[in-house]
Design a protein around this ligand. Structure first.
Ligand code: CP
Length: 312
């Protein structure tokens, strides 16, 4: 049976089956073809209104949602928290009631509080795509990461994926673990003990490693994660130099991975901390392609949720 997407929320990937995810990847492939045309616009969502409701900083996710909506010919309203009535004490609930009164059809939300996408859906009655809620989930980032691997490798089944860095604070890793497991990837997470949740292996289908060489052994895909200094209230490792000494992705450490291993990073990067420029900008890096693929994946989701037809 064809997966149904009309009116669905995207809170995280646990609500999406393997078949749903594969369907989204195929739809994104069609959208990517549109993005490679000289005239990159289709009229599919003409008359629909999409709101990017970002209450936490973002460069790529916000721009990518807005570009995706524009390419599908939707009207886009961009809520900017720093110059909004939130600064005068208006609640999220009243903010959503206000925006909803203007006829929003779909919300793309980023918020520092886990569970805020569910609240926005409750207040609005409209579908919500989660663009990152605190440390909890970042499903569109995971979908674009999965798309980027699928495009290069054809299939994730049996692929060894190693994710290195600040696992504790990463919503990207949580959504990726859910999505990649559904497609059969074997994921290893690696980082210092102080940046590793204690229950990883019991909650997610993954292997935990604290030693980078062991974690990278024979990896097909290596993803670096950012040190999320803004979410750290105390020193979780002695110094950046100490972190880099043990966990930086460099030509030296990547010799343990497969020679053709894909190098990924969701961004923003701390160059020289979790990844060296020689690797971030190297021949096997697909970091820039991840960004491009993000537009296609978000176009696919908007289209599937709002068009109801499912035919790209
Ligand atoms: N990867 C990601 O979520 O980046 P932004 O914070 O720039 O959106």
């Amino acid at each position: 049976m064809k997966p149904q997407f009309s009116g669905r929320n995207v809170f995280d990937l646990d609500d999406y089956s393997r078949e749903d995810i594969l369907y989204i990847l195929e739809a994104a492939k069609g959208m990517k073809e549109i993005n490679l045309r000289e005239y990159k616009k289709i009229p599919t969502l003409k008359g629909k209104t999409i709101c990017t409701l970002f209450v936490e900083n973002s460069t790529r996710t916000r721009m990518s949602f807005e570009l995706a909506a524009n390419r599908l010919s939707a009207d886009v309203v961009s809520f900017q928290a720093s110059i909004s009535a939130l600064q005068k004490g208006e609640s999220l609930q009243d903010t959503v009631y206000t925006l909803n009164a203007m006829g929003i059809d779909l919300y793309c939300l980023r918020h520092s509080s886990p569970g805020s996408p569910q609240l926005v859906h409750k207040y609005s009655g409209k579908p919500v795509i989660n663009g990152g809620d605190g440390r909890h989930a970042h499903p569109t980032q995971a979908l674009l990461d999965i798309y980027s691997i699928w495009e290069k490798k054809g299939d994730l089944n049996g692929l060894k994926v190693t994710i290195v860095g600040d696992i504790l604070h990463s919503r990207v890793v949580r959504s990726n673990l859910i999505g990649m497991a559904k497609l059969g990837a074997k994921v290893t997470v690696c980082g210092p003990k102080t940046l590793m949740p204690s229950s990883m292996e019991s909650v997610y289908d993954c292997r935990v490693e604290y030693d980078l060489a062991h974690a990278l052994h024979d990896a097909d895909v290596v993803m670096g994660l950012r040190m999320q200094f803004e979410r750290m209230s105390e020193g979780l490792f002695p110094s950046l130099e100490e972190y880099s000494k043990h966990y930086v992705l460099s030509s030296q450490t990547l010799k343990y991975a497969k020679p053709d291993a894909l190098i990924m990073h969701p961004g923003p990067m701390n160059r020289g901390v979790e990844i060296l420029p020689e690797i971030a900008d190297g021949a096997h890096s697909i970091i820039v392609e991840q960004v491009a693929n993000g537009v296609a994946v978000r176009m696919a989701l908007m289209f599937l949720i709002l068009s109801g037809s499912g035919k790209v």
